[in-house]
Design a protein around this ligand. Structure first.
Ligand code: PMP
Length: 423
């Protein structure tokens, strides 16, 4: 264990130490899109690339054995991070998107019947929506939606209201990537267990931030991405109940996932390899393990407290700017470290572009949640998302930059237009 100290943490992230424009050091508030990576992750990937860039499971030579060992160790590291024992239930995928698609294409296709329903929430990322739309069309399933409140909270009442006897799966995010909303997962699990409904948790945003207790919740499926939790792109995880994985057909076929192949038939390999066709993201999985070890070295409550203080500060600073509206829950204690907002004077894309000139990286758009933005009555939002390496000082600088951008827009708006001046 290592006590959490933000300056020491910042020293571990090489990408933080650069100016993105002359005199403008990077302020990175785009961790919900992808997080920065600590040195240990860079080094883990580099060591794989430079020293033992070998394929796994097949070779009998030293480098292949080393790669295989590191890759399978990475699986153990994921299980240990999730607090679970059976690492054969940890399937490496390319990311959350592939993990959810796998469940849709394999489990939903084989286990659900026409007329069955899948319950989602209005908060969901396109990757926890479009795969279900596809399988619903193909199989004649119904998609049902738990409605959110005007401030984007998801309450049990709404989930119960959307429930029918035909709901076989609840697929819900652990944290909205726009509003930071934290759905009541423990209550959802209780309800699902009582009613014999399966649950998939999209943990892409929830897992990197604190207290998502997978062991205690014990959902049927969990999906997450390496690159949002301090690891590299190209690797993610599907963690699922053993009996489900055993019954599920592979969603992708090819090498490694088979034990015996004839001209016209094949026999599947054991878990987890049955679901890992082809050469897996070896270096990426190894580097993901380094990321999880990095994060796990800090007391989780200290990291969570730091991120909470960042969010509280962000709500305070952004809340002081006239015309700025934070979308989603107003109480920072009830959400994850994400502040999305709109500003009367400026389109989110303009905000993002102008903030970039101040060295501040945020994201603008619909953040792959078009139905959520439609529900909130806005075409787009600007999103500042925070991680353990951010500071309240950086948030002050975001506030100052937004103030100056707002002043600029107001000056422009109050100037007569050339056409008006001629009249
Ligand atoms: N779900 C949520 C809540 C997300 O924020 C994201 C990434 N923005 C995804 C799913 C998809 O993750 P990936 O693109 O890494 O597959």
């Amino acid at each position: 264990e290592r006590p959490f100290e933000v300056e020491a943490v910042r020293a571990d992230f090489p990408s933080l130490h650069q100016e993105v424009h002359p005199g403008r050091p990077l302020i990175y508030f785009d961790s919900a899109a992808t997080s920065l990576k600590p040195d240990s992750v860079v080094q883990a990937l580099d060591a794989y690339m430079a020293v033992y860039p070998s394929n796994v499971h097949r070779g009998l030579h030293v480098l292949s054995e080393r790669a295989t060992e590191a890759f399978e160790d990475a699986r153990e590291a994921v299980a240990s991070f999730l607090g679970v024992e059976d690492s054969a239930r940890v399937i490496f995928t390319r990311g959350t998107t592939e993990s959810i698609n796998a469940v849709a294409m394999s489990w939903a296709r084989s286990a659900l019947q026409p007329g069955d329903a899948i319950l989602l929430s209005e908060l969901e990322h396109h990757s926890n929506l479009v795969p279900w739309q596809m399988v619903a069309k193909e199989k004649g399933l119904e998609l049902r939606f738990a409605e959110i409140t005007d401030d984007a909270r998801l309450e049990m009442d709404a989930i119960e209201a959307a429930l029918t006897d035909r709901v076989r799966l609840i697929a819900v995010t652990a944290m909205s990537n726009v509003t930071g909303t934290l759905p009541p997962l423990a209550d959802i699990m209780d309800l699902a267990r009582r009613r014999g409904i399966r649950v998939l948790i999209d943990a892409a945003q929830g897992l990197p931030h604190g207290d998502l207790d997978i062991r205690r919740l014990d959902p049927d499926f969990v999906a997450f991405s390496g690159h949002k939790i301090l690891g590299p792109t190209g690797v993610g995880v599907l963690y699922a109940k053993r009996e489900l994985l055993e019954a599920m057909p592979p969603f992708m076929t090819g090498g490694s996932m088979v034990v015996r192949v004839t001209r016209d038939s094949a026999e599947w390999n054991d878990l987890p390899w049955k679901f890992e066709a082809g050469t897996p993201p070896i270096g990426e999985a190894i580097a993901l393990a380094a990321a999880l070890r990095y994060l796990a070295a800090f007391p989780a409550d200290q990291v969570a407290a730091h991120e909470r203080s960042l969010l509280e500060h962000a709500h305070e600073v952004l809340g002081r700017i006239p015309g700025l509206r934070i979308v989603g829950p107003t109480d920072p204690a009830k959400k994850g470290p994400i502040a999305s907002f709109t500003m009367e004077e400026a389109h989110p894309h303009d905000l993002a572009q102008l903030l970039d000139r101040h060295g501040v990286a945020i994201r603008a758009g619909h953040h792959c949640t078009m139905p959520l933005h439609t529900r909130l009555g806005i075409p787009a939002s600007a999103r500042a998302s925070f991680s353990l390496y951010n500071t309240t000082d950086e948030i002050d600088r975001l506030g100052e930059a937004l103030e100056s951008i707002r002043a600029m827009f107001r000056r422009r708006a109050s100037k007569p237009t050339p056409a008006a001046a001629r009249q």
